[in-house]
Design a protein. Structure first.
Ligand SMILES: [Zn+2]
Length: 230
């Protein structure tokens, strides 16, 4: 135990010398002070609970934080992020977030947000091995295969990556619409929308891809599900 304490002190000292770490603690203090200056009751109100109307499913890239990009405050956006904003129907993490957001929080907007210059999408367009992540990027390679006819005609690599970023968002939004979570919610209420967005990191601006959906009628094929048997 004594040794543990000694190690704990040593670790604290090491961390205190790590600028990227101490910056976070100082940044938190500054943020709390600024927030309280504007609204002394802010955290007391925040602690009472959340009722966000938006679920943001975005890329884990450090340059696309949901609140900053949308100018929203804590409590306004429920967030799920992963590499290249993939919405895969066997991902229990994403499905759990989606189910909670749609059925408990009753969000009105589910927004899949990609970003130009996405490293995950760019990696998926190569034949290189990156490790475990290759299995995740397979989902994006599948999007490429679906749209190879269009993508193969783009000779500029940057433009090709950015078009795949857009197509990936569209397919992932479509994947969300195929889930029983979204489709059952649509049977119960008409105020739930699924959207596809892109953030242009070079301008900070968001682009709505115009694929918003509010019902399952256009899903077609075998994807539209009948009401669950009671
Ligand atoms: Zn990304």
């Amino acid at each position: 135990m004594k040794n543990d304490n000694k190690n704990g002190e040593k670790l604290k000292l090491q961390l205190a010398q790590t600028e990227s770490y101490t910056k976070l603690i100082a940044g938190n203090r500054a943020w709390v002070d600024q927030t309280l200056e504007k609204d002394p009751e802010f955290f007391k109100t925040l602690a009472k609970g959340q009722s966000p109307e938006v679920l943001w499913i975005g890329c884990a890239d450090s340059r696309v934080p949901a609140n900053e990009v949308t100018g929203t405050l804590p409590g306004e956006v429920f967030v799920h992020r992963n590499i290249a904003n993939v919405c895969n129907h066997t991902d229990m993490n994403m499905l759990s977030v989606l189910d909670y957001a749609v059925n408990v929080l009753k969000v009105k907007h589910v927004i899949v947000t990609g970003h130009y210059g996405c490293g995950g999408v760019a990696a998926a367009l190569t034949n290189k091995q990156f490790g475990l992540i290759d299995n995740w990027l397979r989902h994006i390679k599948d999007v490429y295969r679906l749209h190879s006819h269009e993508l193969d005609r783009i000779t500029n690599q940057e433009q090709k990556v950015n078009r795949l970023v857009e197509l990936n968002v569209i397919e992932q939004a479509y994947n969300l619409c195929k889930t029983t979570i979204i489709q059952n919610a649509w049977k119960e209420r008409d105020d739930l929308y699924v959207h596809g967005w892109i953030v242009d990191i070079s301008t900070g601006l968001v682009k709505d891809l115009g694929v918003s959906a509010n019902d399952s009628h256009k899903l077609g094929y075998v994807y539209e599900v009948a009401p669950a048997a009671v």
